[in-house]
Design a protein around this ligand. Structure first.
Ligand code: URA
Length: 233
């Protein structure tokens, strides 16, 4: 019992007491097993569970589970939708064409993708044919991302695309084009929905009002906020 109390007392968390029949080792076996906030004391333990996870059917078709890259103490967390082919093959998020564009976007305002950013996804296994993850898949994986947020404790969260918004703020019903670029307070954190880099790749125009131009506005606002936060601390 002493061990259990320790397990659920990670700092800076609204940890909830686990159900009486809770068994941490069963988490990766079924989406019916809850993952109460405060379950994980380290990102390594969480990653270990993710790597053996069978909580949804994406486990059957994945090559690698894609957990994260970047800094575990980063002020900014970027949350994508789910791994694509390159990510599935390499086991790292945003390493394909979308990732290359994301790197350029961050670099344009001197945000360092290794030091300033922790990158992850709503679902950690590739949906076949790059289809959108289903609601069941998002829900099965959601406790992992919530624990990643709690453990990394980022100041700012960027939600790339509609699936990322749905995964983190399911109550948000406005479309991505309406809410992109706005800071939304969620669970005491500042989140900004932004367009998905893949959408920018399909819409290459830089004209004012077009997706690339909008992204340029948004990433500058992110950098301004990051600078403000740094100046305050
Ligand atoms: N698109 C995403 O949303 N995530 C990735 O990791 C790669 C592409």
């Amino acid at each position: 019992m002493a061990e259990q109390i320790d397990l659920f007392s990670a700092s800076g968390v609204e940890a909830t007491p686990p159900p009486a029949d809770f068994d941490i080792d069963k988490i990766p076996t079924s989406a019916k097993v809850p993952i109460p906030p405060g379950t994980y004391t380290s990102l390594d333990t969480l990653a270990g569970h993710c790597k053996g996870c069978q909580r949804c059917e994406l486990a059957e078709t994945r090559t690698n589970v894609v957990v994260s890259r970047g800094s575990r103490t980063a002020p900014i967390m970027i949350i994508g939708e789910g791994p694509g082919q390159q990510e599935d093959e390499q086991g790292l998020p945003f390493v394909g064409r979308s990732g290359q564009l994301l790197e350029k976007i961050l670099g344009s305002v001197r945000i360092d993708s290794e030091k300033d950013v922790y990158i992850c996804n709503i679902v950690k296994c590739r949906p076949p044919e790059n289809r959108n993850p289903t609601t069941a898949e998002i829900n099965a994986c959601r406790p992992y991302i919530l624990e990643q947020i709690r453990l990394v404790d980022p100041k700012l969260i960027l939600l790339t695309g509609a699936t990322s918004v749905k995964g983190i703020i399911p109550s948000e019903k406005r479309g991505i084009t309406k809410i992109r670029g706005q800071w939304i307070e969620w669970e005491g954190r500042l989140c900004m929905p932004i367009l998905h880099p893949a959408y920018l790749l399909r819409n290459p125009s830089r004209e004012p009002g077009k997706p690339k131009w909008l992204m340029w506005q948004d990433i500058q606002a992110v950098k301004t906020k990051l600078d403000e936060i740094r100046a305050e601390s």
